[in-house]
Design a protein around this ligand. Structure first.
Ligand SMILES: Nc1nc2c(c(=O)[nH]1)N[C@H]1C(S)=C(S)[C@@H](COP(=O)(O)O)O[C@H]1N2
Ligand SMILES: [Mo]
Length: 521
């Protein structure tokens, strides 16, 4: 073809910087931007390639998710909590975007280094890949998760080679560069989309859809429950709060799932889902709440759970007398330690397979999770459960306990005002106050409301069918126009009055009365 002099005079790639590094004579700023762009596009391409490879190999965590997860693990506890507090349930997407931005910036810089030769960007990419490799190894172990990292590295190097070629010509081949960048960007998007389509999650969604769980019944909301309560009695799975450390929730094939029960027991076992379903099924209303819920917060939900009682199972296996705890491990390596007593007494501590009459959603622990009435989730409610080890508090530690949270996590007596909301304006006359209160497995006996610092008035409670779920309360009060302040407190079935002393969520749950201030006009 028309191989020009310019072609032949193009600097052989890989030569060190110097006179042969071509510059766009019209604008050095343009050239800089083009090299930065080349780095960023190459970066995106490599990330998309690794994500697609991870999906194809059904590796649970792609390298970016693994880096995100490991970074959070390395953060000091209070910093991680501050982040979760600040961002709430959006913490994970925000963090992943942050990591991608840092990566894009680094790749842009490596792109600029490419002007001066291959060694710089090559070293940079290898270092970045090493970070990703270390993160996936810390997650999963085994060689498989390393394949996507390798694919990403090759993607970075290859894409930058392709993009740097037109930029290194004299004169620079703008068109060639733009076409190559466009093709690679579209390729990256296509890889990302196909990764999404073939990810193991889709197959597991399908298996979940086809799964029939014998004996699981749809919830019948108890009569006596307030149907017009501002917060519904039953929390649908899609609205149920979600708290976990997983950047991509484990997608577990229900057929391949096994639960290993071992440790201080006479007869360790390994159970499949079919083994579990062959046992007697227990169903119950249980409210689940998070220790990180601040006063008035919404990290709490009530559901109809179906599952197998852990107490019966443990009794069959023969628990040794020196055991006092059970260490639970999830598919993604999260752990928590539960007092043995809470799993062997009369309460319905469950290996739950269904929530509100449906198999658990992937986000909420499919195929099997724990639900223990009366304990906060961080010490009891393991999702994607794969292992139970009967042990002793002196020999084991859970994920959050090793990060400064209390080893024991009994739920505190809590009440909340759901309407009116703080800052709301309501019409004068009879004002309807309503909310929820809970102390699972102890039960709520009464709820009292205080208006503008006056005396405590008893609220009406909707019938509570079990001590393991929340109660709904309401009270109508006559209020004059102006600003009003309402506080709430609960009284437990054991006669405790909810404390007004304000404490933070760390180490074992917040205390204090929920108070709202609103306008009446
Ligand atoms: N595998 C796993 N299980 C977990 C967690 C986790 O991070 N990983 N978080 C726990 C915490 S702190 C709470 S409050 C509950 C929340 O359950 P949900 O997301 O279904 O509401 O899950 C518990 N189970
Ligand atoms: Mo939690």
């Amino acid at each position: 073809m028309t191989s020009s002099a310019a072609d032949r005079s193009a600097a052989p790639a890989g030569q060190p910087a110097g006179s042969d590094a071509p510059q766009d004579p019209r604008s050095p700023g343009d050239a800089r931007a083009a090299w930065t762009g080349a780095g960023i596009v190459a970066g995106l391409f490599g990330v998309a390639l690794s994500w697609c490879a991870a999906a194809m190999l059904q590796v649970a965590d792609n390298p970016v998710a693994a880096v995100a997860e490991q970074t959070v693990r390395l953060l000091p506890g209070p910093v991680a909590e501050f982040g979760i507090d600040l961002l709430g349930t959006a913490d994970k997407p925000v963090f992943v975007v942050l990591i991608l931005l840092v990566l894009a910036a680094l790749c842009g810089w490596l792109g600029r280094l490419r002007r001066h030769g291959r060694i710089g960007p090559l070293t940079g990419f290898v270092v970045l890949a090493a970070v990703g490799g270390a993160a996936v190894l810390a997650q999963d172990g085994g060689w498989r998760p390393l394949v996507p990292v390798g694919a990403g590295l090759l993607g970075w190097i290859g894409a930058l080679e392709v993009l740097s070629d037109p930029l290194r010509r004299t004169p620079v081949r703008r068109r060639g560069f733009l076409v190559a960048a466009g093709v690679l960007a579209v390729g990256a998007a296509a890889l990302a989309v196909s990764g999404r389509l073939i990810t193991g999650r889709r197959q597991v969604e399908e298996a979940r859809r086809l799964l029939h769980l014998d004996g699981v019944t749809v919830p019948e909301v108890p009569t006596g429950v307030d149907p017009s309560a501002p917060v519904p009695w039953l929390t649908p799975a899609e609205e149920f709060y979600r708290i976990d450390t997983a950047f991509s929730p484990p997608a577990i094939d229900p057929d391949a799932w096994r639960l290993r029960v071992h440790g201080l027991v006479d007869r360790p076992v390994e159970l499949s889902l079919a083994d579990l379903m062959a046992r007697e099924l227990t169903e119950a209303w249980v409210t689940l709440s998070c220790v990180s819920n601040s006063v008035g917060g919404d990290l709490v939900g009530n559901a109809w759970w179906s599952g197998v009682r852990i107490a019966t199972l443990l009794a069959e296996l023969g628990v040794r007398p020196d055991a006092d705890a059970v260490l639970q491990t999830s598919e993604d390596g999260w752990t928590c330690l539960t007092p043995l007593g809470a799993l062997t007494d009369e309460r319905n501590a469950l290996l739950a397979v269904a929530m509100n009459g449906e198999p658990l959603s992937i986000e909420h622990g499919f195929p099997v999770r724990m639900v223990v009435p009366g304990l906060y989730g961080y010490v009891s409610a393991t999702k994607w459960l794969v292992e139970l080890e009967v042990t002793r508090f002196s020999d084991a530690e859970g994920y959050w306990t090793s990060r400064g949270w209390s080893a024991h996590g009994p739920v505190k007596l809590t009440s909340r005002i759901d309407v009116p909301a703080s800052g709301e304006t309501v019409p004068a006359g009879e004002v309807h106050l309503a909310g929820t209160a809970w102390q699972q497995h102890t039960g709520v006996e009464g709820v009292e409301v205080q208006v503008d610092g006056g005396g405590w008035q008893p609220a009406d409670l909707a019938l509570e069918p079990t001590v393991d779920s929340w109660v709904q309360w309401r009270l109508a009060v006559d209020l004059e126009p102006g600003e009003h302040r309402v506080a709430v407190r609960a009284i437990s079935r054991t006669g405790d009055v909810q404390t007004g002393v304000e404490r933070d969520v760390v180490p074992d749950g917040a205390t204090g009365w929920h108070t709202v201030t609103f306008q009446v006009e």
